[in-house]
Ligand binder design. Structure first.
Ligand SMILES: *Cc1c(COP(=O)(O)O)cnc(C)c1O
Length: 296
């Protein structure tokens, strides 16, 4: 039996996620429908897929009576801030191992993680690693939640009955954990990942978590690599927001929506296709942009 500390996990788990329909005048192909699953709305900090990917790791840490967890990420990591917040809600201490050297000025993300009580240590770079000290009884959570538990949690983003209403499910791919989970609940809906980085190992990372399941990985919309962007991407995000009222982030969901809109406009989908895209959250990362570039 889980104790009261799991109440926060249960409460978020029981929330149902809204689905919004994009009006066809935005993407010009009325024979196709496009819906967005607003997983970003599940929680303002532990947002989008991060809650889903974390929940089984956290539940296990509590079940095993750990009092501390640690994980890894970059200075603008959605995973770091979500983990810091979730740990604070569950009464766990947390340690964030941050790639790179300690900056003079911490990013907004790291300041926020610290405000939830996360201790931060900097790992340096592979060519010049820094000494870190992880308490021996601390429970590790893999970076980005990548692993079987993370995929199992991500599978809860959609149900088999929800998936059966769609011909296509499309999501962003960072580590591949989310799409691996979605594949186990997608039924007959064809699942496509939009790669947000140029990492050549992505397909293999997904297959390792979900062997023998068919999916597509599209690598045309990463804009040059992880966290790379162009003025065209930012202009699209503003257009998408004006047309739909849905904010996106430039690292993941902006590239996802840009890719989906492009694929629809290129008539890639058969007539009558019903597309579901996953809004996986991540809006806090937009704080790394200079002011005034986004309308939201
Ligand atoms: C972390 C993240 C992803 C990537 O998910 P993976 O499971 O690592 O593929 C996608 N979208 C958002 C908003 C994220 O924060």
């Amino acid at each position: 039996m889980l104790d009261d500390r799991c109440e926060w996990l249960r409460a978020l788990n029981n929330q149902s996620l809204p689905i919004e329909t994009i009006q066809p005048h935005f993407y010009d192909v009325p024979s196709v429908t496009w819906d967005v699953l607003r997983a970003d709305l599940i929680h303002p900090v532990c947002s989008g897929n991060k809650f889903f990917k974390l929940k089984y790791y956290l539940q296990e840490a509590l079940q095993q009576n750990h009092t501390m967890i640690h994980t890894w990420g970059g200075p603008w990591s959605n995973h770091i801030v979500a983990t810091a917040y979730a740990a604070s809600q569950l009464g766990l201490s947390s340690l964030g191992l941050i790639h790179g050297n300690e900056p003079g000025q911490y990013s907004a993300t790291l300041q926020e993680a610290r405000s939830y009580g996360m201790e931060l240590q900097f790992t340096g770079w592979p060519s010049a690693p820094l000494q870190t000290s992880i308490p021996p009884n601390s429970c590790p959570i893999p970076e980005g939640g990548y692993g079987v538990e993370g995929a199992k949690g991500a599978a809860d983003l959609i149900s088999v009955s929800l998936a059966s209403a769609y011909t296509h499910i499309i999501c962003a791919v960072g580590t591949g954990t989310m799409i691996a989970g979605i594949l186990s609940a997608a039924g007959n809906a064809h699942t496509t990942g939009i790669a947000i980085s140029a990492d050549p190992g992505l397909k293999h990372s997904i297959e390792k978590l979900q062997p023998g399941t068919a999916f597509s990985l599209n690598t045309d919309f990463h804009f040059g690599g992880y966290a790379r962007k162009s003025s065209e991407l930012l202009a699209f995000m503003n257009d998408f927001y004006r047309a739909t009222g849905i904010p996106t982030d430039f690292v993941y969901t902006g590239k996802l929506m840009y890719g989906v809109a492009s694929l629809i406009r290129q008539n890639t989908f058969p007539m009558g296709s019903r597309i579901l895209t996953i809004h996986s959250g991540g809006l806090q990362g937009n704080r790394s942009l200079p002011d005034g570039q986004l309308l939201f």
